[in-house]
Ligand binder design. Structure first.
Ligand code: NAD
Length: 315
């Protein structure tokens, strides 16, 4: 059994909020830290939604929900946030400079025994090991969005991670109900994002370049039994993180299409305050997105085909 009972989560956004809620549900004492009070308010509001999901889908009792809430605290004070942490999971934006700065700011504030893990989607623990000041106590622990059903956690070492750190962090993952997945070599995107990011990028390319309407990209993916298409998934990831990932890798790989996709997301969504599921609107509007409506995958009425044909002709 790990001795990691006190968890601090850095970043109260889409993933930080889920990791915090789920760990508290699984009996960990959790402090959530963010630089932005509004983000903390949004996190509390999503926790109300998770409470409803855990009651209806995860088998939680009302008493479990009360206990989960009692184990969660929120702060904008980094020193207070980490003062008693056994494990800190970092879930701040997918931007190298922001992550590096957080690790550097935290280094002098941590108790000697505290372990650190990054939930980064596509960056490597090696990128930040030096900033932590405790490279042996640091690795990656990567969760999936929708943690209550996507219950895997990818564990990835950097060359300096100690055996004890990897053991404790993996035990922690098991204790909160995750299937731990070992990543055998450091790799940008682990296993899951090695196909998930290219999928989202390919879907976005079709939309950015006007090849297909978002709904039709998703229809082609969903016919055959999948519940959500890649653009619906992008709403769930959140437009901020979708943008951060495509902007980062468009630049680093010199991939002009990926950068154009990032620009599209910025102009079409971020600049209008549309962050996807977190704000209730992205490609779809929530809580009842069009792709979840009966009929989304139906064969169209013959009478509607003129509109269908018109969409393919020049204006
Ligand atoms: P998000 O944009 O929803 O949330 C990030 C949060 O970090 C915001 O609340 C922001 O206010 C806060 N923040 C910004 N700078 C900070 C700082 N210096 N200190 C503390 N908090 C700060 O992002 P997210 O989608 O939750 O992603 C967070 C991390 O998790 C990223 O590395 C991302 O790649 C990874 N991740 C995301 C998903 C996903 O589906 N969204 C899945 C797996 C991993």
């Amino acid at each position: 059994m790990s001795s990691l009972d006190n968890l601090t989560v850095l970043g109260s956004g889409v993933l930080g909020g889920q990791i915090a809620w789920h760990s508290a549900y699984k009996a960990k004492k959790v402090v959530v830290y963010d630089i932005d009070l509004d983000a903390i308010d949004r996190c509390r509001a999503t926790h109300d939604q998770y409470a409803a999901i855990y009651l209806s889908e995860v088998g939680a009792s009302e008493a479990d929900i009360v206990a989960t809430r009692q184990r969660l605290t929120f702060t904008t004070d980094l020193a207070a946030a980490v003062a008693e942490a056994d494990l800190v999971i970092e879930a701040v934006p997918e931007v190298r400079e922001i992550k590096s700065a957080v690790y550097r700011d935290m280094a002098g504030l941590l108790p000697a025994h505290t372990l650190l893990a990054t939930n980064s989607s596509t960056l490597l623990p090696s990128d930040f090991a030096k900033d932590t000041g405790r490279a042996d106590k640091f690795c990656a622990l990567h969760f999936g969005n929708g943690i209550w059903t996507m219950n895997f956690a990818e564990v990835m070492a950097h060359p300096g991670s100690s055996r004890e750190t990897l053991t404790q962090v993996t035990e922690f993952a098991v204790e909160i109900g995750m299937v731990p997945i070992p990543v055998l070599k450091e790799h940008n995107g682990y296993i899951v994002n090695s196909w998930f990011v290219p999928l989202l990028n390919a879907a976005q390319t079709l939309v950015t370049n006007g090849i297909a309407r978002p709904e039709d990209v998703d229809r082609t993916f969903m016919i055959g039994g999948r519940a959500v298409g890649p653009l619906g998934m992008m709403d769930m990831v959140g437009m901020k993180t979708s943008y951060d990932v495509l902007a980062l890798w468009g630049k680093e790989l010199g991939d002009a299409q990926m950068s154009a996709n990032a620009d599209y997301i910025k102009e079409r969504f971020l600049d209008k305050g549309l962050l996807g599921v977190p704000t209730g609107e992205g490609y779809y509007t929530y809580p009842e997105p069009a792709y979840a409506h009966p009929g989304f995958l139906d064969i169209p009425d013959i009478a509607d085909l003129p509109d269908f044909v018109a969409s393919m002709l020049p204006l």
